[in-house]
Design a protein around this ligand. Structure first.
Ligand code: AMP
Length: 460
């Protein structure tokens, strides 16, 4: 199966009889909220039931856990403390239940999508989640790549995929050439999405509540209900100009209760969304620069992800790039459809296209500069071996030099990231070579990095 493990919603599908199919629940819904909680009897619940319970039990319900992937934190579900990977495994398990009901067998292998911007720690956590759910994770595919696979039209060469979801933003530039689909550049922000717009809208609504504001803010249930009402209104305002936010007895009781009853306009949404959309435009420019492209060279600009359905997004991106853009009304299914297609192919369907991926971050080792030995490992220079956006597989060699006569050991930290010093990048590990033969000072030490597809599998 192909799985879009999203911040807000997740989907699962595969290829059946030559066609891509997403699995729906009994009510026909394909999107499953990425929410985990417990029911009244203390049993774990996943998906829509958990999202609905959130109003009653905001503290015991885990939402947007994708934002925490790879972090050393615990998430509360009921009275249990789970890692983000464990929570994600429960979401994957619920998707597999759904697929099993319709296929008759439980899927054992999956392709799971991740934001192109995810670093190895976040990818590793996603892989762990798959394994905890009993899956063999064949491959992690970047979300924009999956979307582009879904929209493939054959004739277009350079496609920009702009994916603005609930919790993450991603932009990638893909190049299609004689059946090869290559990611030329990928940028994004793992902490930017529709959730931010919901929060800004909530602040706006709270500021309009006057004296009642403090009572709503002090009441977690009321706040959760407000966030949900605001998100529903935001979605409705993609189609309409004005809606009424209405939720009686939001906080407090009886004659003293706070009732929510306010108009909210599309203009309000656009005012709240603008600063976040502007951040995405900066990422677009960076991706174009990385790909050495001018916007006029793009054959197609695809807007996917739920937040791309806001008219202000389409308008701002088109204005910025000075060209028309394409928004699919089913933008939130594109990643899952592409992943399902790839999964079908991996399971034996005809493979017409080969996917080429890039290294999302620079891989570097720590070395002492000409200034001598810094006092701590963190202060070592991070010297790039394989730069960001290099097409994999790749092998690169750099030469370093020993610092002492008869130096017995060479030891260097391996990090990933774009910063100048080791301590400011993501730590991957330490390489240590012992028992060096006697040699004069400044003897060469060759460092070879291979980033193979298998490595990619192992790392991702
Ligand atoms: P995704 O992660 O792609 O499923 O996107 C989920 C995000 O898209 C959430 O923040 C939703 O509130 C938002 N969203 C979904 N549909 C719409 C819509 N029609 N207009 C505005 N935002 C939407």
């Amino acid at each position: 199966v192909g799985i879009d493990l999203g911040t807000t919603n997740s989907l699962v599908g595969t290829v059946i009889e030559g066609g891509v199919r997403l699995f729906a629940d009994k009510t026909g819904a394909e999107l499953m909220p990425s929410v985990v909680g417990i029911d009244g009897s203390g049993a774990l619940i996943v998906g829509r039931a958990a999202r609905n319970r959130r109003v009653i039990d905001p503290d015991g319900t885990a939402v947007s856990v994708k934002r925490l992937m790879g972090k050393d934190v615990n998430v509360r579900v009921g009275d249990q403390q789970l890692t983000p990977a464990q929570v994600s495994a429960l979401i994957l398990g619920a998707l597999l239940d759904r697929a099993q009901e319709q296929l008759g067998t439980r899927p054992s292998r999956a392709i799971i999508t991740v934001p192109a911007w995810f670093d190895d720690t976040q990818r590793e956590a996603t892989r762990t989640a798959g394994e905890l759910a009993g899956l063999q994770v064949e491959r992690l595919v970047n979300e924009p790549t999956a979307a582009a696979v879904h929209y493939q039209t054959g004739s277009e060469a350079v496609v920009l995929v702009y994916d603005f979801g609930g919790g993450t933003f991603d932009v990638s530039i893909l190049d299609r050439d004689e059946g090869f689909l290559e990611v030329r550049a990928s940028r994004g922000d793992t902490q930017l999405g529709g959730d931010d717009i919901d929060r800004a809208l909530c602040d706006l609504v709270l500021s309009r509540l006057g004296d009642a504001r403090r009572r709503v803010e002090a009441d977690k249930h009321a706040l959760t209900r407000l966030v949900e009402a605001v998100e529903r209104a935001k979605i409705a305002l993609s189609e309409r100009d004005e809606v009424r936010l209405f939720d009686p007895f939001l906080a407090g009781e009886g004659g003293d209760a706070v009732h929510l009853d306010l108009p909210l306009t599309r203009q309000d949404v656009e005012d709240c969304a603008r600063p976040f959309v502007e951040k995405t435009l900066v990422c677009i420019d960076e991706a174009l620069r990385d790909a050495h492209l001018d916007a006029s060279k793009l054959d197609r600009v695809l807007l996917v992800g739920g937040s791309s359905k806001m008219p202000v997004v389409e308008r701002m991106v088109a204005d910025h790039l000075q060209r028309p853009v394409v928004v699919d009304p089913e933008a939130d299914r594109a990643v899952a459809l592409g992943a399902s297609l790839l999964a079908g192919r991996a399971a034996g369907a005809d493979v017409q296209e080969v996917l080429i991926d890039i290294t999302p971050h620079t891989l570097a080792i720590g070395a002492a500069g000409s200034e001598g030995t810094p006092v701590s490992i963190d202060d070592l220079d991070a010297v790039p071996i394989i730069p960001r956006d290099t097409v994999v597989p790749v092998e690169r060699t750099e030469t370093f030099f020993t610092m002492l006569e008869n130096q017995p050991v060479v030891e260097a930290p391996v990090v990933q990231g774009e910063e100048d010093f080791v301590g400011d990048n993501t730590w991957l590990g330490m390489i240590r070579v012992e028992d060096l033969p006697p040699s004069p000072v400044h003897s060469p030490v060759e460092v070879v990095f291979k980033y193979l597809l298998q490595t990619l599998h192992a790392l991702r």
